[in-house]
Design a protein around this ligand. Structure first.
Ligand SMILES: *[C@@H]1O[C@H](CO)[C@@H](O)[C@H](O)[C@H]1NC(C)=O
Ligand SMILES: *[C@@H]1O[C@H](CO)[C@@H](O)[C@H](O)[C@H]1NC(C)=O
Ligand SMILES: *[C@@H]1O[C@H](CO)[C@@H](O)[C@H](O)[C@H]1NC(C)=O
Ligand SMILES: *[C@@H]1O[C@H](CO)[C@@H](O)[C@H](O)[C@H]1NC(C)=O
Ligand SMILES: *[C@@H]1O[C@H](CO)[C@@H](O)[C@H](O)[C@H]1NC(C)=O
Ligand SMILES: *[C@@H]1O[C@H](CO)[C@@H](O)[C@H](O)[C@H]1NC(C)=O
Ligand SMILES: *[C@@H]1O[C@H](CO)[C@@H](O)[C@H](O)[C@H]1NC(C)=O
Ligand SMILES: [Ca+2]
Length: 502
């Protein structure tokens, strides 16, 4: 038996034995030529007294591929790089087909060898062993060459698969590393989340507390609101009531305004009347007599307010602003008998009648006036025939009440008689209740009125007013002896004074 070692661990054992092929005949031989059988890689050919044993390269390396493929599958289960695994599967399939092809090829070879052997068996006796051996060697060499090529291919494929697998493993490792990292991060995140959850629960508690507080406050506020609404309602009703009152008041006010307007209108008319000489002068102008008023520019006759002497209240007097230059303050006037001149001492003292009509200014006021400065007296007369003479006295003065308002006159002139009808010096004033005359009788009772009666005298301008037709032969009428005699009663008289130096 010879042993020939060929490259790639192929060993050819040739033994000179009986020519028989072991395991190469029958269906069983076919079944033995599966992958498991190939692992052994032994093929023995018995040819006569020679036996040929072919030892094919170890198939474990080739077999490693399916194992590796299995591990690849395991990897694939976790993290498959699909393209690469597909590639591996294709490679493996290719490998399998190649093996199949190989097997077929080997089967063909076997068949060929068997046929060859049968033919050899015919001429076996004729041919020397060398010839057979050479043929067999040739066949074996061919077979070995082909097998070696196949093995080389398988090795290349295996290396590729290994490369692939290692790459996949590296990737797997990387993946697991990143997974670890991710797990760590996850842990950190989880701890953070738990912390946050703790905080959240704390905050929730706080929020709940706040909410409850707010609810309480809201309740309070609602109560307050209700209270305020009630207040607003009551106030609204109050306001409405006030508005009603205001409306009434405003209507009242407008009524008052109308009254005010009317009053203003009447005031204006009064002012106009004053400016035309028939009204009453306003009180804000202080004159001590009509002469002052005249000098202040008032040249229209009428009733004026004057402040006599030290009196604080004004007195209404009639001012004659026309007669003989004006500025006259009337002391007495008779016009139509509308005022009764049968009066007492006190009445003659204080004055009576209407300044705009018949009146007596009053002895006290006349005394006060003539005390402050020297006055002149003018007596204006009118008879029923329309004659209007006058008597003028340059100086006129009254004594005080203590001296019975005694009369003093100087400087007579005028048209009502060549002589004065008044006694010039020191005649006292008498009334029916104050007999100060120079008569044993009571002149005031006989001649009526109040006057400076002497022994009853030549004049009495305060006698009884007799109307026209009844004015003749009346001893107690309005008498001015040197004008119309002792028994003629005049139709109108006026006594007026103004400062002598006017
Ligand atoms: C198998 O053999 C046939 C011919 O015998 C060939 O066409 C085919 O490509 C072979 N397959 C492989 C994978 O080598
Ligand atoms: C081998 O045998 C064949 C015939 O089968 C013959 O033709 C050939 O010459 C032989 N070779 C040698 C070297 O003897
Ligand atoms: C895998 O193959 C590539 C080429 O396809 C090569 O560059 C690489 O070095 C190989 N890796 C290993 C581990 O053999
Ligand atoms: C003002 O209104 C009251 C009622 O509130 C009424 O009695 C009075 O007469 C009114 N006065 C005027 C001037 O309208
Ligand atoms: C009264 O005075 C005014 C000026 O104030 C004057 O125009 C008018 O003539 C005077 N009237 C008399 C009667 O003197
Ligand atoms: C005014 O003056 C007189 C004296 O001239 C005096 O007796 C009298 O009391 C005074 N009256 C007033 C109100 O001052
Ligand atoms: C008398 O005269 C005055 C003023 O002139 C007047 O106001 C009054 O009405 C008259 N009276 C009579 C009864 O005529
Ligand atoms: Ca007497």
């Amino acid at each position: 038996m010879r042993k020939i070692l060929l490259g790639w661990g192929l060993m050819l054992t040739a033994g000179v034995m009986g020519a028989s092929v072991v395991g190469a005949s029958g269906g069983g031989g076919r079944g033995q030529r599966r992958r498991g059988e190939k692992r052994r890689g032994l093929h023995r050919v018995q040819h006569g007294h020679c036996s040929y044993t072919f030892i094919l390269p170890e198939m474990e390396r080739c077999q490693a591929s399916p194992v590796q493929y299995g591990s690849t599958n395991m990897v694939q289960r976790d993290k498959p790089p699909p393209a690469e695994s597909d590639w591996s599967a294709q490679k493996l399939q290719h490998l399998e087909t190649a093996m199949e092809n190989n097997t077929q090829w080997l089967q063909k070879l076997e068949k060929y060898i068997q046929e060859n052997i049968k033919m050899e068996m015919v001429h076996i006796q004729d041919h020397p062993v060398h010839n057979q051996t050479a043929t067999m060697l040739e066949i074996g060499t061919n077979l070995l060459t082909q097998t070696a090529e196949q093995t080389h291919k398988l090795n290349v494929v295996e290396a590729k698969v290994m490369n692939q697998t290692s790459r996949i493993e590296i990737k797997l490792l990387e993946n697991s590393l990143s997974t670890n990292k991710l797990e760590k991060e996850l842990l950190v995140q989880t701890s953070k989340i738990t912390k946050l959850q703790d905080k959240n629960s704390h905050l929730e508690n706080k929020v709940q507390v706040l909410e409850s507080q707010q609810r309480d406050e809201l309740e309070d506020m609602r109560e307050e609101k209700n209270r305020l609404q009630g207040l607003v309602r009551t106030q609204t009703t109050a306001i409405e009531a006030l508005e009603r009152q205001l409306r009434v008041a405003s209507t009242n006010n407008s009524a008052l305004q109308r009254q005010h307007q009317q009053l203003m209108e009447s005031v204006h008319t009064l002012i106009n009347m004053v400016s035309t000489g028939t009204g009453i002068l306003l009180r804000d102008q202080r004159f001590c007599d009509c002469a002052e008023a005249y000098k202040a520019g008032h040249n229209i006759s009428g009733v004026y307010y004057i402040y006599i002497s030290n009196m604080t209240e004004p007195t209404q007097v009639f001012c004659d602003m026309e007669t003989s230059g004006g500025g006259w303050t009337l002391v007495q006037r008779r016009v139509n008998g509308s005022v009764d001149f049968q009066r007492t001492w006190k009445e003659y003292k204080m004055g009576f009648g209407d300044p705009a009509g018949e009146h007596w200014l009053g002895n006290e006021l006349a005394f006060q006036m003539t005390s402050q400065t020297q006055y002149a007296l003018r007596v204006e007369l009118r008879d029923w025939e329309g004659n209007t003479p006058y008597s003028h006295y340059d100086k006129f003065q009254l004594a005080s009440e203590k001296q019975q308002y005694r009369l003093f006159l100087w400087g007579y002139s005028g048209t009502a008689g060549e002589q004065s009808s008044l006694v010039s010096h020191g005649t006292s004033f008498s009334t029916r209740d104050a007999d100060n005359d120079n008569c044993l009788c009571k002149c005031a009772l006989m001649l009526t009125g109040g006057w400076w009666f002497d022994a009853c005298g030549l004049s009495n301008l305060n006698g009884i007013y007799y109307t026209v037709g009844h004015n003749i032969r009346k001893l107690n009428g309005i008498k001015w002896h040197h004008f119309r005699g002792p028994s003629y009663s005049l139709s109108s008289t006026a006594m007026m004074i103004r400062p002598s130096d006017f």
